[in-house]
Design a protein around this ligand. Structure first.
Ligand code: MG
Length: 265
């Protein structure tokens, strides 16, 4: 990363080989997602899911990127119901009807991948279904805006537009980010705002896009643990994230499953 004269770093550009290396880390994120999704059920604890995630990451000769990151204690963030992001895995079993956001980061050969998804545990209430669909649709919209020649805030605007249409709130304190040699690189990518602003997007840039929405208030509070972030009004939150490479052929979701890319379990 080369600093500009005004001190702002450029958004790093990666070679095809470097993008392939980031994709390899991201494919482990995807494998962990699949493994966790198969195990999420009432009665299963997020501590158990964390162990499964860590075993899966280590089995692929990679490192859990979150564990120890600024003191974060686990390999996954597991945020339940009103918890929006950065929840700690815990021994208490998941309950029927819980909404679970899982965020996974992997480091492989010096490159990072990052991805998140949200699932209802057991039955899915209609309003939670609306929240989950909107958040996932917003991620898709953000990804489609990640094209060479576009501007960074085109992604932000695409994400926010879906939230407005769906009648859900954008939790504005958090957003996407550059990723590659570090888990979090420049730029920060807000999930709201007018289009046509910010740096111009270029082929070779790799970013994590991650809408975080709530069914009620957009306001959040952080617990005394310094991490767990929950909606102020207690309403459910959802979080979806892909690591995305901007290429001349269009955006590539590096954390998207590629069944033939590496092992299936
Ligand atoms: Mg992220």
């Amino acid at each position: 990363m080369i600093p500009l004269t005004d001190g702002r770093p450029l958004i790093a550009k990666r070679s095809p080989d470097e993008i392939a290396a980031i994709r390899a880390a991201c494919q482990i994120v995807s494998l962990v997602h699949s493994a966790l999704a198969r195990h999420i059920a009432p009665g299963v604890s997020t501590a158990t899911l964390d162990e499964l995630a860590e075993e899966t990451i280590l089995a692929h000769s990679a490192t859990p990127a979150f564990k120890g990151y600024h003191g974060f204690p686990a390999s996954i963030c597991a945020s339940i119901n009103a918890e929006a992001v950065h929840g700690f895995p815990r021994p208490a079993p998941l309950q029927e009807g819980d909404v679970l956001c899982v965020d996974v980061g992997v480091k492989l050969d010096g490159w990072f991948g990052d991805g998140a998804f949200t699932l209802a545990v057991g039955s899915l209430a209609p309003d939670v279904d609306r929240l989950l669909r909107a958040t996932e649709r917003a991620l898709d919209a953000g990804v489609r805006a990640a094209v060479p020649g576009g501007r960074l805030s085109d992604i932000s605007h695409a994400v926010e537009t879906v939230a407005i249409e769906a009648g859900v709130a954008v939790i504005q304190e958090y957003g996407g980010h550059g990723i590659g040699r570090e888990l979090h690189e420049e730029p920060h990518i807000p999930n709201h705002g007018a289009p046509g602003r910010g740096p111009r997007l270029q082929a070779g840039q790799v970013i994590a896009i991650e809408p975080i929405f709530s069914l009620g208030s957009p306001e959040v509070v952080v617990d005394d643990d310094g991490w767990t972030t929950r909606t102020k009004d207690g309403s459910a939150a959802a979080h979806f994230e892909h690591t995305v490479a901007i290429t001349a052929e269009g955006p590539q979701m590096l954390t998207q499953p590629r069944t033939a890319a590496i092992g299936t379990d």
